[in-house]
Write a protein that binds this ligand. Structure first.
Ligand code: UVW
Length: 318
């Protein structure tokens, strides 16, 4: 297939699954609009014991990034005031008061993150038809991540595809199909509902947790969502998808000449937030132990004005 043919497939799929205008011509929240207040109320009833399980990584130098041409690196945390400061030591407060301050320098896309709706564009347009001229050096004037800060809370559903297939980790470059998602949901007793926050486990996070960044970040062998699963997400009115790999979608790309075809349609045409580099190991263990794969999910982005992504601390509350 030529790149032009590949791009035509993206455009045709994008048009078919498009949500542009569905929530009005000024919308900047995309499929988060699927999460109605009733869905959040219902999700709150899933809290039985009050146990919280985190699904993100710590932001530190042990992150997944291998510095290279992408410009992404692991977080750098610097203290600007601390207990050892000469200035503080020289003039101790009579109240024994002291303080510490700090700065973090990090690409917003370097670890557990949301990819926002201004992160991906093609044919000079982004979600809801906004022009890419609204995403220049000053940040995103449209579809900035701050528009999503009220809403990433609702029913979280874990589809543990790796476990469903009897594997610790899906095979390298395995593309998770719509059939896989449905079979896994059926086996776990899950009926998808409008506005679900879908979490898909490939198991590949185990590579990173074992210290193998190279294997975790390898673009030649990453299991993830197939481009052809997008229709299933659309039909099931999924609000958000997050995965334990680094790009949600399978790598290498299934579509010749197009690096991130799933991103193209999910973010730009459907208006769907993508969650990357999530850690589902603990939640998967808890779900397998009691057979309950649904819970209250919370994980809003930071309201960084004009940002195209954000770190977060995703939690499952059971
Ligand atoms: C790109 O690499 C463009 O995106 P992501 O971080 O979403 O994988």
């Amino acid at each position: 297939m030529s790149v032009e043919h590949s791009m035509q497939l993206i455009r045709d799929t994008g048009k078919k699954l498009s949500n542009w205008g569905r929530w009005g011509k000024d919308d900047q929240r995309g499929t988060l609009n699927y999460i109605a207040p009733e869905a959040i109320r219902d999700a709150a009833t899933l809290v039985k014991s009050g146990t919280t399980i985190r699904m993100g990584l710590n932001y530190d130098s042990n992150g997944p990034q291998i510095p290279g041409p992408s410009g992404r690196f692991n977080p750098i945390h610097t203290m600007t005031r601390h207990a050892g400061d000469a200035e503080l030591a020289a003039s101790p407060s009579p109240m024994a008061f002291g303080y510490a301050d700090d700065i973090v320098t990090m690409p917003l896309q370097c670890s557990t993150q949301w990819d926002g709706l201004a992160h991906i564009f093609y044919d000079k347009q982004m979600y809801n038809g906004y022009s890419t001229s609204a995403v220049l050096g000053g940040g995103a004037l449209k579809n900035g991540i701050e528009w999503l800060c009220h809403g990433v809370i609702g029913r979280g559903v874990l589809l543990d595809v790796a476990r469903h297939k009897g594997l610790d980790i899906l095979q390298p470059a395995y593309a998770i199909t719509a059939t896989d998602l449905q079979a896994c949901a059926d086996a776990q007793g899950i009926s998808m509902k409008t506005g679900d926050i879908l979490l898909v486990r490939t198991g590949t996070m185990r590579r990173l947790l074992a210290g193998d960044r190279q294997a975790y970040m390898d673009p030649a062998s990453n299991p993830g969502l197939s481009f052809h699963s997008l229709e299933w997400l659309h039909d099931n009115r999924v609000a958000v998808i997050a995965c334990d790999n680094y790009a949600v979608e399978v790598r290498p790309s299934e579509i010749e000449g197009i690096r991130l075809p799933f991103h193209h349609v999910a973010i730009r045409d459907m208006g769907m937030l993508l969650g990357e580099i999530f850690n589902f190991e603990d939640i998967a263990t808890a779900c397998a132990a009691d057979g309950v794969y649904e819970f209250l999910f919370t994980g809003s982005p930071l309201p960084i004005t004009g940002a195209v992504g954000s770190p977060l601390n995703p939690l499952a509350v059971r």
